[in-house]
Design a binder for this molecule. Structure first.
Ligand code: PLP
Length: 454
């Protein structure tokens, strides 16, 4: 049977072999020691599925890098890119282009509060760079506070904001970033026993950090509204409202990094909408057009935009508001509205993924905790439920994790993996049947993890 892009299995295999050979000869991969790599070839993708170089179909519970919120090859987005390519492929950012204008309008319609000025970037990391630059210029202050257990991107400031081991080799101690502990009840730094205690104590810790760092030196606090790669720790009630209050009290800019959590992932347009809090800046990328063409951006509140009414904003990009990328965003946002895709993410999370994972947790001793919302879930694997010893060390992997993930893959399921966690982060378009198919494969694979428990 042909692949969805029309390739026969034989042609797909031949193309895959050639692509693989060239990849290993010439391509330098992200975040990797190059010699040991054996990357998988993807020959085709459609909806919630991808096909590997041998023509095997796999259910994509990773949404790649948690970006294909609208699924693979959504026909309306593909058509919009094709139409825009025929009309106008590229134009310098100083000119008006209708795709960018309309994308900005649509995004502004969904941002909370009055964050209705949009600065477009090429991806998430540069959105974070620009948000921090805006905050520093707006306040005239140098420092930025970010949490441990976070990811904000691979560029210089963004990787220094990041609270995971990817920062370590890139941290020269002069970035102006100060890290603090955010709330994470399962591994509480605050000896908390309840969500309410965790929220209150994490806020007290942040308040102390601000006081001891000097409030007048702090330009911004940046937080993922729901931290993604670091573990999908949904903030407890009151936490983000408390951060908002601390920022207001001290004239600090509140940046919500929604690069992974935005555009439907949590079952709302923006994850911060789950908490009724309005930040000063929102960074976005990924889901804005599902990465069909690279795009990111910053949504800006009026008081920060006003800083640059009569003062030059010292930053820009050749491709800011690239027509192909913003046309894809227009089609994505419209399709998400027309097809109820954000509502589907909320429904699948509440009705299928959440209950399904909790049921797995009852039967698999390797599951320490499941947590999440929408189509944004983490399964925290442990050796021992009592001690909560992770199934792989922080920053590392283990045979238990590798074998569990490999078993899922062999059975046709792609997962997003970070240290001792499996993330269930399918497209927002996933159906109930597909979700159950994936959970059944996960159920089988977890028997391997169970074998490593003590
Ligand atoms: N911020 C968050 C929360 C992310 O998850 C990511 C990427 O995973 C980034 C920023 C960086 O985005 P990009 O890889 O598009 O530069």
């Amino acid at each position: 049977m042909s692949l969805p892009n029309g390739l026969t299995p034989d042609t797909a295999r031949a193309q895959a072999a050639r692509a693989y050979e060239l990849d290993r000869k010439h391509v330098f991969h992200s975040w990797s020691a190059q010699a040991a790599l054996k990357p998988m070839v993807i020959s085709a993708a459609q909806g919630s599925y991808v096909w590997d170089g041998d023509g095997n179909r796999l259910l994509d519970f990773s949404s790649q890098m948690v970006n294909t919120n609208i699924g693979h090859q959504h026909p309306k987005v593909v058509a919009a890119i094709q139409e825009q390519a025929a009309k106008l492929c590229t134009i310098a950012p100083g000119y008006v282009n209708d795709a960018r204008s309309e994308a900005a309008r649509l995004i502004a319609e969904h941002t909370p509060g009055e964050l209705n000025r949009i600065f477009f970037t090429n991806a998430g990391a540069d959105a974070v760079e620009h948000a921090v630059r805006m905050a520093r210029l707006h306040t005239g202050r140098p420092k930025v506070l970010a949490r441990y257990r976070s990811y904000h991107g691979g560029t210089e400031t963004a990787v220094n904001l990041t609270g995971d081991p990817r920062r370590w080799p890139n941290d020269h101690g002069n970035s102006g970033v100060v890290h603090f502990f955010g709330p994470f009840l399962y591994r509480s730094q605050f000896y908390a026993g309840t969500e309410a205690e965790e929220s209150q104590r994490a806020l007290e810790h942040l308040e102390q950090t601000i006081a001891l760092e000097g409030p007048d030196t702090i330009a911004a606090i940046i937080l993922e509204s729901v931290p993604g790669t670091a573990g999908i720790m949904v903030p407890p009630p009151g936490y983000l409202a408390g951060v908002r209050e601390l920022c207001d009290r001290h004239g600090i800019v509140f940046i919500a990094d929604e690069v992974m959590a935005g555009f439907g992932r949590t079952g709302k347009w923006f994850a911060i909408d789950n908490f009724d809090v309005v930040p000063d800046l929102i960074t976005f990328a990924k889901g804005v057009n599902s990465g069909y063409v690279p795009l990111g951006g910053v949504a800006i509140a009026p008081h920060i935009a006003a800083t640059f009414d009569n003062r030059v904003y010292p930053g820009g990009l050749t491709y800011s508001g690239h027509p192909l990328a913003t046309a894809a965003a227009v089609a994505t946002v419209n399709a998400m509205r027309e097809e109820g895709i954000v509502e589907n993410a909320a429904d699948i999370g509440a009705r299928v993924i959440g209950p399904g994972l909790r049921e797995l947790a009852e039967r698999h001793p390797s599951i320490g905790e499941v947590r999440g919302l929408g189509v944004f879930w983490a399964v925290e694997l442990v050796r021992d439920r009592e001690t909560r010893e992770p199934l792989a060390p922080y920053g590392g992997t283990s045979p238990a994790m590798t074998e569990t993930v490999a078993a899922a893959k062999a059975a046709g399921l792609l997962l997003f993996v970070n240290f001792n966690r499996l993330h269930v982060v399918p497209p927002c378009t996933i159906t109930e049947g597909e979700t159950k198919e994936g959970l059944a494969i996960l159920d089988q694979a977890l028997t391997i993890a169970d074998g490593y428990t003590t």
